[in-house]
Design a protein around this ligand. Structure first.
Ligand SMILES: C[S@@+](CC[C@H](N)C(=O)[O-])C[C@H]1O[C@@H](n2cnc3c(N)ncnc32)[C@H](O)[C@@H]1O
Length: 264
């Protein structure tokens, strides 16, 4: 269940992508909006946007809970700087930190919102225990994350080209559920498959770069990717064009609402 994620690489890659992320994050915005609709109708005092990125959802969270203070937390300092500059709302706090070691007090947050961030975590039981620790009794964790079919075409194309890991591995729903501590109760789970379509492979690979969503697995091959292997990769991806000629990129998305009961 432990993923070999290089967190410094995650932070650097997302920091570098801060200026371009919003211009290509249409799917990410759709997913986050759907997640906003799953927020509980409660009156929280403190809300956390975990892995807030460019802060796109800060104003939306502020409108959902106008009297709450909003803590925006991200591993990437570059993302936080961008968010604070462009998306500052009243009663907002900005923290550079790691979801797996939250610099927050026990029982201090009433609603945690997290869209497309926890797939970059290394150890789900550690993450969920941190969530349980900082949530106040009666609190909610509302998140969206990616499943193993995400970017399957990209993974398959690289597998045909060489034996290195080029694309992140994403965990299954079962792996997520089995990592939950008893005291986090599942209120809702939804799953959705989205297939993005591109005219050219380069549009997809450029977009992933602009999103900062590179392969973050530790121990991947370093140095230049050989020209011959890249050629093989491209040819293998081309084979996966759809009947109408589009280059597909699948995203498997999980949405979940977890609840920490008032009494354990
Ligand atoms: C794909 S972006 C999503 C940003 C935003 N939530 C959105 O939906 O637009 C993922 C964000 O999660 C952050 N992130 C990755 N691993 C993290 C961790 N361990 N702790 C906190 N943030 C993390 C990244 O720095 C990045 O800003």
């Amino acid at each position: 269940m432990t993923m070999l994620i290089d967190k410094q690489k995650v932070a650097n890659s997302f920091s570098r992508a801060a200026d371009t992320y919003d211009s290509v994050a249409e799917l990410q915005r759709d997913i986050g909006h759907k997640l906003i609709d799953l927020l509980p109708h409660s009156a929280p005092q403190r809300v956390l946007d975990l892995g807030c990125g460019t802060g796109y959802f800060s104003p939306k969270l502020h409108s959902a809970y106008p009297s709450a203070s909003l803590v925006n937390l991200d591993l990437a300092l570059g993302m936080l700087r961008f968010a604070r500059e462009h998306r500052s709302v009243e009663q907002a706090y900005w923290i550079c930190g790691d979801a797996e070691a939250l610099p927050l007090a026990n029982n201090s947050i009433d609603v945690i919102f997290s869209s497309l961030a926890i797939q970059w975590c290394e150890n789900l039981p550690v993450l969920f225990n941190e969530i349980k620790r900082v949530l106040s009794p009666g609190g909610y964790f509302v998140f969206a994350t990616l499943g193993p079919d995400t970017l399957k075409e990209l993974r398959q194309a690289w597998q045909q080209a060489d034996s290195f890991t080029h694309v992140n591995r994403f965990l299954s729903l079962e792996e997520h559920l089995s990592a939950l501590p008893e005291s986090l109760v599942v209120e809702e789970i939804q799953e959705e498959e989205r297939v993005l379509r591109y005219r050219q492979l380069k549009e997809l690979t450029d977009e992933l770069k602009q999103l900062g969503a590179h392969n973050m697995n530790a121990g991947q091959q370093t140095g230049l990717t050989g020209r011959e292997r890249v050629k093989r990769f491209k040819a293998a991806y081309e084979q996966q064009r759809l009947v109408d000629g589009a280059i597909p990129a699948t995203y498997q998305v999980y949405y979940a609402v977890l609840h920490k009961p008032l009494e354990e």
